[in-house]
Design a protein around this ligand. Structure first.
Ligand SMILES: Nc1nc2c(ncn2[C@@H]2O[C@H](COP(=O)(O)OP(=O)(O)OP(=O)(O)O)[C@@H](O)[C@H]2O)c(=O)[nH]1
Ligand SMILES: [Mg+2]
Ligand SMILES: [Zn+2]
Length: 290
C-alpha cells in the first residue's frame, strides 16, 4: 500500500493513504543500512501489520522530487516564509539567510509578514524593503485569500522563526488542524518553540501545508555558499552586475561600485545591503578557518 508520511515522531512515521487512513509505521532495518532517513513529505510503500490498530512497516521510499535540509522535508513544491512585523521583531540576517537557503535549494518562495494589526507602519516599511512580500494579520483574518490562492494545488512548507504565527495561520486556513499555538515570552520577546515537529495537513485535494518548528539563528550556517557567489542571491543587485569598475566586483570593498552607488541613492534598500555585507563577512571568515 502507498501513502505519504505526514508526521514523524520518536522513530514512528505516520502514513496517510489514499483510503484516508493513517498508519503508525516503523522504518525497517534496510533504511538504516542504506543511511536513508524517511522524511515528512515522502511518498512511501508500507506493509500493514495490523489493520485494526492501523499499524505497519515502511518498506520503501519512492523517488523524491527534492529534499529540503532545513527544515528537513521531502517533495516540497514551494515555501511560505513567515515573519512577524513585530513580536518578535524580524531578524534581518536570519530572514536573508532563509531566503538564500531556499534559493540555493531551488525552492520558490513567498515572503509574508504577519501581525500587521500590531504595527501598520512597520509592516509597510518591511514590504518596501522586501520586494514582492505581503503583509497579513492572522488575528484579523486579513490577507488570507491571497495565501489560499498561493497554496492551491501545491505542497507548501511553512517556515520561519518561533512565535511569528505559523501554527496560527495553519489553524486559520484549516480549522480542523487544531495545532497548538504559544505565546510570546514577554521578557525576551521571543517565541517559545511550541511546534516541535513537522506535520503535513491536507487543506484540499492536492493542496498540502506543512507546519514546522520555528528556526533559531544557531542552526543557519550557509556552508554551501561561497562569499564571492553571495551577490547572486540578491536579485536587487542583478541589474548592476557587470557595470562596476572591477570585473567580479562583490560590492563590498571595491571602489567605483554601482551597487554601493545604488544603495546611497536609495534604489537598493540599505537594510538589504547591510545584511548582504554582514553575511558576506561571515562567509569570508569561514573560508579562512577551513
Ligand atoms: N497580534 C497578533 N498576534 C498573532 C497573530 N498571529 C499569531 N499571533 C500570536 O502569536 C503567538 C505565536 O503564534 P504561533 O502560531 O504559536 O507561532 P509559531 O510560528 O507557530 O511558533 P513556533 O511553533 O514556536 O515556531 C500566539 O500567541 C498567537 O496568538 C496576528 O496576526 N496578530
Ligand atoms: Mg508553531
Ligand atoms: Zn560592485
Amino acid at each position: 500500500m502507498q501513502g505519504k508520511i505526514i508526521k514523524g515522531i520518536g522513530g514512528f512515521y505516520y502514513v496517510h493513504t489514499i483510503q484516508d487512513k493513517v498508519y503508525e509505521c516503523r522504518a525497517k532495518g534496510i533504511f538504516r543500512n542504506k543511511k536513508l532517513k524517511p522524511l515528512v513529505g515522502d511518498e512511501v510503500e508500507i506493509e500493514v501489520l495490523d489493520e485494526e490498530k492501523l499499524v505497519g512497516n515502511l518498506v520503501d521510499i519512492l523517488p523524491r522530487k527534492n529534499t529540503l535540509i532545513r527544515p528537513a522535508a521531502a517533495n516540497v513544491d514551494q515555501a511560505l516564509l513567515l515573519f512577524a512585523c513585530t513580536n518578535p521583531e524580524p531578524n534581518y540576517i536570519m530572514l536573508d539567510k532563509l531566503m538564500i537557503e531556499l534559493k540555493r535549494q531551488h525552492v520558490p518562495m513567498k515572503l509574508c509578514f504577519n501581525k500587521m494589526d500590531l504595527d501598520k507602519e512597520e509592516a509597510k516599511k518591511l514590504c518596501s524593503i522586501y520586494k514582492d512580500s505581503v503583509c497579513i494579520s492572522v488575528e484579523e483574518r486579513f490577507g488570507m485569500e491571497n495565501i489560499l490562492e498561493y497554496l492551491d494545488q501545491k505542497t507548501t512548507i511553512l517556515a520561519g522563526p518561533s512565535g511569528v504565527g505559523k501554527s496560527s495561520l495553519l489553524n486559520a486556513l484549516y480549522p480542523n488542524a487544531k495545532v497548538e499555538t504559544g505565546n510570546i515570552s514577554r521578557k525576551i520577546q521571543r517565541g517559545k518553540h511550541t511546534t516541535r515537529h513537522c506535520e503535513i495537513f491536507c487543506l484540499a485535494p492536492n493542496t498540502y501545508l506543512m507546519d514546522t518548528p520555528g528556526f533559531t539563528s544557531v542552526n543557519l550556517n550557509l556552508e554551501e555558499i561561497l562569499a564571492q557567489d553571495l551577490r547572486f542571491y540578491y536579485p536587487e543587485f542583478d541589474e548592476y552586475e557587470g557595470s562596476c569598475r572591477f570585473q567580479g566586483c562583490v560590492h563590498v570593498h571595491e571602489p567605483d561600485c554601482k551597487v554601493k552607488e545604488a544603495v546611497e541613492l536609495g534604489s537598493i534598500p540599505k537594510k538589504r545591503y547591510d545584511s548582504y555585507t554582514y553575511i558576506w563577512e561571515e562567509l569570508s571568515s569561514h573560508k579562512r578557518y577551513k
